[in-house]
Design a protein around this ligand. Sequence first.
Ligand code: AP5
Ligand code: MG
Length: 189
Amino acid sequence: MKYYILFGPPGAGKGTQAKQIVEKYHYLHLSTGDLLRQEMAAGTELGKKAAELINRGDLVPDEVVEGMIRNKIASNRDVAGFLFDGFPRTIAQAEALDAMLTEFGGKVDAVLSLTLPDELVYERILHRAQIEGRKDDTDRSIIENRIATYHDKTEPLITYYKGHGNYREIEGNDTIENVFAALCGILDE
Ligand code: AP5
Ligand code: MG
């Protein structure tokens, strides 16, 4: 069982690339953002609580996303692997994931990190706002908060995973096709 993390700032192309990767390699795509948006759409208690935080551009509590990921890993033991998208996002989540995978007899096989400068994050997200209508995409100050949260809470994971020796960086400011080719190059090694 393989476990890969697709890492990067908001708008880096994680979701776009994840769709293509799982089609080719038959991994299960686990996006905590997508799972939370499903809860919001269904109007569950969890979804209502998450909506307040997400629509401000803040993170939801670690325990919430850790629980979601654990349930998905535990209930899908017959897949070729997992592709995490948007998780982990804090050092605490990364530590929880390591502990979880040890329990399931696995480990993080690689962190695939898409890079993108902040100016391009705005450009891409404001463009997507017109297509998908995500509430956290529409307001410049919310995007600003998502970027600041990324630098503050999520970027430290780069040092964390470099220390584990399985961190790979991919230039995100390229065509969708070129980024996909670079990712496949790593996955095929
Ligand atoms: P989440 O849904 O994970 O959002 P995000 O990290 O902000 O990332 P995005 O989905 O915005 O970007 P992406 O990298 O997937 O880019 P995409 O492929 O769509 O999280 C949302 C919220 O949920 C968080 O803010 C938080 O509140 C909460 N949350 C989620 N996970 C959490 C966790 N683990 N802990 C706590 N809270 C959590 O591409 C973006 C746009 O660019 C698209 O329009 C696309 O078509 C375009 N594009 C993609 N690639 C290219 C390219 N190569 N060239 C040109 N355009 C491109
Ligand atoms: Mg996404």
